[in-house]
Design a binder for this molecule. Structure first.
Ligand code: ADP
Ligand code: ASP
Ligand code: MG
Length: 593
């Protein structure tokens, strides 16, 4: 006999008929001798409808009242599902988040789960009942017992958290697609189903716009080693397995508040090449990285920063022993990128041999902007300047000067109370095929650029610190490579993206910073297209192929940001879907079954 947690999403319980069909499926699982806990979402588009109702009354409704309102959606479905099961002769009971003791922090509309009291669920299971639990909601840990919600899409997180606390043998997420596909099938018709995907890859995809799973659900599965499957509610097909590494034993207390950072990683052997003031037109990145790939040079981090006066800066890091080759490629291409042969200011190549990369890694930093901010602050306090920043869901990497390495390691290990971890050797020849597993589009982002930020330790710390204090997550952080002297002080520009919903709050928060930069520029006309795959580590040519696909369709790249297992490009919003399709095709993702 196994204990199985099944979660059914909104579409799967979108009508009485669907609830009845799903109930039959649940009964079948129970009749095979399994104990079954079911987590359900609100019916169909109920949550959206409730959000709209609220917006008709207030443009900025109080978050507590929003939680009170939105949590009702799930309460309707648990009652109906339980009735449907009982009607089939299957003993069942519906329970709210509060009734099963899903205790969360008191942060309305985005609460993290602190603990779940499994006794009541277990008691009902032992009586042979199916327990139907309301997803997305919990109860706060204070004395007031406030109803909280976990954030949109959060029922996945409820399900995996319940599976962890009951030590269930698996958690099955039932939805309206056959599993996890190479991209959103609503946008790209020939997206293909994957049999399996690693948690790290899924974390990135989910956070970059693949809403098939809530990223925090993947985080819990990864931390507790919960076997997780995404399947269709309408078929018996096996769906997609999300693979977790073998986890370190963890307490179930502070379930979603586990230690954010597992280790500090350091790579002394980096060099940085930057191409300053290259023309802002489609094809430039493709040309540069195409030639670099042709020379079999593997690039690690790539950034392309905001442009000023129709020119961009592109910078990338390589391991030191291929620097000469990489520099030669950049020098060879530079003249062709100059408009006039006399202006040597254009397409200037800048090389830094003594660079190092330091990173903090851990699944617990997802959705917690304070962690990256703390890293920047720690480096600033140690008087270390940050030259490049690369963020991913499970890692924040900073390029710094090599001579600062030891101090940076000490400071970060102290600040996060962790050890220096040995960096896993990149799988060079192992066939982690294919290198790109999936692509995602996020059209809900906005770009914020801060101009003329003083180039001194502590600026990133104060900017991202004030955003973190306001609980605003940022992504795709980029510092310009060119330095401008304003009033005798060197300055750089810093750009990053935030969720459109957080834009207003981000602008207000930035206004509280009285000095440090001269201007804030906001661009909401953007879409972010990303490729994700653990197999791209140590493989030359992946970035080049991505940029070439965009260039071929004449799509201009506004920003480039990478981490080890993802590359994101920001493009104009109206070109988002076209870019997604082009990239999906370029990596031949439609061909795999
Ligand atoms: P549920 O209500 O079951 O939680 P969601 O609407 O939250 O369902 O998530 C499922 C949807 O996610 C699919 O209908 C699909 O349009 C979208 N989606 C986006 N990216 C992907 C992807 N890579 N694979 C599968 N579905 C995806
Ligand atoms: N009903 C909630 C939402 O629509 C939670 C969920 O479905 O996961 O966001
Ligand atoms: Mg969902």
């Amino acid at each position: 006999m196994a204990l199985i947690v099944q979660k059914y999403g909104g579409t799967s319980v979108g009508s009485v008929e669907r609830i009845q069909t799903v109930a039959q499926r649940i009964q079948k699982t129970a009749q095979k001798g399994n104990q079954v806990v079911v987590v359900v979402s609100a019916m169909g588009k109920t949550t959206d409808t409730l959000v709209k109702l609220a917006s008709e009354i207030s443009p900025d409704p109080c978050r507590r009242e929003m939680d009170m309102l939105l949590s009702t959606g799930e309460q309707v479905s648990i009652a109906l599902m339980s009735m449907a099961l009982q009607q089939l002769g299957q003993p069942a009971i519906s329970l709210t988040g509060a009734q099963v003791g899903i205790v969360t922090e008191a942060e309305h509309s985005r609460a993290r789960i602190l603990s779940i009291k499994p006794h009541r669920i277990q008691r009902h299971l032992d009586r042979g009942e199916v327990v139907v639990v309301a997803g997305f909601q919990g109860i706060s840990n204070g004395t007031e017992l406030e109803i909280t919600t976990l954030g949109r899409g959060g029922s996945d997180t409820s399900a995996v958290a319940i599976a962890a606390s009951l030590k269930a043998s698996c958690c099955e997420i039932y939805t309206d697609v056959p599993g996890i596909l190479t991209t959103d099938p609503r946008l790209v018709r020939d997206a293909q189903l994957m049999d399996e995907i690693t948690c790290d890859e899924m974390l990135e995809l989910a956070s970059l716009g693949a809403k098939v799973l809530h990223p925090r659900a993947v985080e819990i599965a990864r931390n507790y080693g919960i076997p997780l499957v995404v399947r269709s509610s309408w078929s018996e097909a096996p769906g997609t397995r999300v693979l977790s590494p073998i986890p370190k034993p963890r307490s179930l207390e502070g379930l979603e508040l586990t230690k954010a950072v597992d280790g500090v990683e350091f790579d002394r052997d980096q060099a940085k090449v930057a191409l300053l003031r290259v023309p802002d037109r489609p094809g430039v990145a493709a040309r540069l990285f195409g030639e670099i790939a042709h020379q079999q040079v593997d690039v690690d981090l790539i950034i392309q920063s905001i442009h000023e006066g129709n020119s961009n800066d592109i910078a990338f890091t390589v391991v030191k022993n291929v620097l000469t080759k990489a520099e030669a490629v950049a020098e060879a291409i530079a003249p062709a990128l100059r408009n006039s042969l006399t202006n040597s200011n254009e397409a200037e190549v800048m090389v830094e041999k003594g660079a190092a990369k330091i990173a903090i890694a851990g699944a617990g930093m997802i959705g917690r902007p304070g962690i990256a901010a703390k890293m920047f602050k720690t480096l600033a306090d140690a008087q270390i300047n940050i030259e490049m920043i690369a963020t991913s869901e499970v890692k924040v990497s900073c390029v710094i000067a090599q001579q600062d390495g030891d101090r940076a390691i000490d400071a970060l290990c102290n600040a996060f109370d962790v050890q220096l971890s040995t960096v896993p050797v990149a799988p060079k020849t192992v066939e982690v095929s294919p290198p790109v597993r999936g692509v995602a589009l996020d059209s809900q982002q906005a770009q914020i650029a801060l101009l003329h930020v003083k180039d001194k330790p502590g600026m990133a710390a104060s900017i991202f610190g004030v955003l973190a204090d306001n609980n605003i997550s940022v992504d795709t952080i980029i510092q310009s490579q060119r330095c401008r002297i304003i009033d005798g002080i060197p300055t750089r520009d810093i750009a990053f993206t935030v969720a459109q919903g957080d834009l207003q709050a981000a602008q207000t928060a930035l206004e509280t910073l009285s000095e440090g930069f001269s201007q804030v520029i906001v661009d909401t006309d953007i879409a972010k297209v990303s490729i994700v795959g653990a197999g791209m580590v140590g493989q030359p040519g992946i970035a080049a192929k991505f940029f070439e696909a965009l260039a071929k369709d004449k799509i201009n790249i506004k920003m480039i940001a990478t981490s080890e297992i993802k590359i994101s490009c920001v493009v104009a919003k109206e070109e988002g879907i076209k870019a997604l399709k082009a990239v999906h095709q370029a990596f031949e993702l439609a061909k795999r079954g």
